[in-house]
Design a protein around this ligand. Structure first.
Ligand SMILES: Cc1cc2nc3c(=O)[nH]c(=O)nc-3n(C[C@H](O)[C@H](O)[C@H](O)COP(=O)(O)OP(=O)(O)OC[C@H]3O[C@@H](n4cnc5c(N)ncnc54)[C@H](O)[C@@H]3O)c2cc1C
Length: 443
């Protein structure tokens, strides 16, 4: 049975969230527009506002909802999380206020899944409490997303691992208390067993941030949030490995599924907000004697946006439902993979289309920084690269699907009409006769 309804008790929580995010989190976005203000532990004024908001979320039982009860969260499952993230996605402060900000969400998940009791106590505890920020350091400047060519390596020296190499686009490294670094420990092994994951506290000597790279939508080109790091003979004790030696790829994979779907859920929220802006503008401004919304081109933009978002939302919620079914043991592991890929593929273009149309309907005001749309539009391509490039997901989805397809049995495709007609007539030779012969009628 397919049921799109939401239980009244949970709807009440969503209603509370909607009011809280609009009233409080969106207000913080306006008060502290500096990129990353909500993450920066040194930004005293922002911190002073953040803590009480986080306490209110905790009091509602809505803190860190991406984690199941066995991992220290309330465990609502992905469908409910999807509905929550639609609301959280409206505001750049909200993910931090609700303890569900990337990259901390994924980092908390893998610490909870693979961490030793000591690692959990030292790193996961403060992360879950919202007292610190973390970073995931995997992509390399020469290798991008391709683990085959990762060169950052860790070698054992007595009681320590020594990490040497460069990482690229390590988001939030400048705010983080620790970094999760994937490094090659066993170069002779196949790629999935070649790397290990390390927890590296940021006060360890040798972590040289070469630059903090800014992206479209950031305000300061020399002070962005995506660090190019040189791990210059960085030493960590042996017990700072997360998971098993050679298990870094597995740990990283465990992290990415959740991250991708959470981004997709929040994208629904941002698109909803862009559509709200689009609609308000359409009924507020006149041109050529008519409301904007009475012009057919504007109507077309509104209709296309509503349809695209509804399609994307259904895909995201179906994917979330499949993940919940897997968790409940009713579907096989891996059943969600292609759907997560589809969400990742659709996300950047749906977002670009809807935010782009909202911007266009606002004209010069839309492209100005007086509205949030230009900044959102500028940042949209980030969605196409973060957590793996869209093209890689497209390629993977097509290859996985093609693997299960058989070639046509003869020279023509199995839907070739003349071939099918010949087969149909062989089965019913008198089908087109004006009077059905006795024999065929008797069959
Ligand atoms: C906002 C943002 C935040 C990020 N945060 C982090 C982070 O915190 N930690 C981290 O480690 N990394 C992070 N990344 C890096 C991200 O994981 C990489 O951008 C991504 O993996 C792609 O690598 P690349 O940018 O080097 O592009 P490349 O790998 O060079 O890819 C460039 C293009 O090549 C094509 N391509 C590449 N691979 C394939 C393939 N397999 N099949 C088909 N086509 C392909 C695609 O067209 C792709 O767009 C972040 C990126 C962004 C944009």
């Amino acid at each position: 049975m397919i049921d799109f309804s939401v239980e009244p008790e949970f709807q009440a929580k969503l209603d509370w969230m909607e009011g809280f995010v609009r009233e409080e989190c969106e207000t913080m976005d306006i008060l502290f527009p500096e990129q990353g203000a909500q993450f920066d532990p040194g930004y005293k004024a922002a911190k002073r506002h953040l803590k009480p908001l986080q306490e209110r979320v905790k009091a509602q039982g809505l803190w860190a909802c991406h984690l199941g009860p066995h991992l220290g969260g309330p465990g609502y499952g992905q469908v409910k999380l999807g509905l929550m993230n639609e609301i959280i996605g409206r505001s750049s402060w909200a993910p931090v206020v609700f303890g569900t900000a990337a990259p901390d969400t994924g980092n908390a998940e893998i610490l909870a899944l693979f961490g030793t009791p000591e690692q959990k106590q030292r790193f996961l505890g403060p992360l879950m409490a919202g007292d610190i920020v973390s970073c995931f350091s995997m992509t390399e400047p020469q290798g991008g997303a391709d683990p085959d060519v990762f060169t950052c390596a860790a070698t054992q020296d007595g009681e320590e691992w020594v990490i040497e190499g460069e990482k690229w686009f390590s988001s939030n490294a400048k705010f983080a208390s620790f970094l999760l670094v994937i490094a090659v420990t066993d170069p002779e092994k196949p790629v999935t067993e070649r790397m290990s994951m390390f927890i590296v506290p940021t006060d360890t000597p040798g972590i040289d941030i070469l630059r903090n790279v800014a992206i479209a939508g950031d305000t300061d080109s020399e002070d962005g949030h995506h660090a190019h790091i040189h791990y210059n003979q960085v030493r960590v004790p042996l017990d700072h490995m997360l998971g098993e030696r050679g298990g870094g790829f597995k740990v990283a994979q465990a992290r990415l599924g959740g991250g991708r779907i959470h981004h997709a859920m929040r994208t629904v929220g941002m698109c909803n907000r862009a559509i709200e802006m689009m609609l308000e503008r359409a009924v507020s401004r006149h041109t050529k004697g008519k409301m904007l919304g009475e012009h057919q081109m504007v109507q077309s933009k509104i209709a296309d946006s509503l349809v695209e978002l509804e399609q994307f939302r259904c895909l995201v919620l179906k994917t979330a439902w499949i993940i919940d079914e897997i968790e409940a043991g009713r579907m096989k592991h891996g059943a969600s993979r292609k759907y997560i890929g589809m969400c990742k593929i659709a996300m950047a273009s749906v977002y670009a289309n809807i935010v782009g149309r909202a911007l266009e309907i606002h004209g010069s005001l839309g492209i100005s920084l007086d509205m949030p749309l230009a900044k959102w539009y500028g940042g949209n391509m980030a969605l196409a690269f973060a957590d793996g490039p869209t093209d890689a997901h497209k390629s993977q989805l097509a290859r996985a699907t093609l693997k299960r397809v058989k070639p046509a049995p003869g020279m023509f495709p199995s839907e070739h009409i003349p071939t099918r007609r010949a087969a149909a007539l062989a089965r019913y030779p008198h089908a087109r006769d004006a009077v059905a012969p006795e024999t065929e009628a008797a069959e």
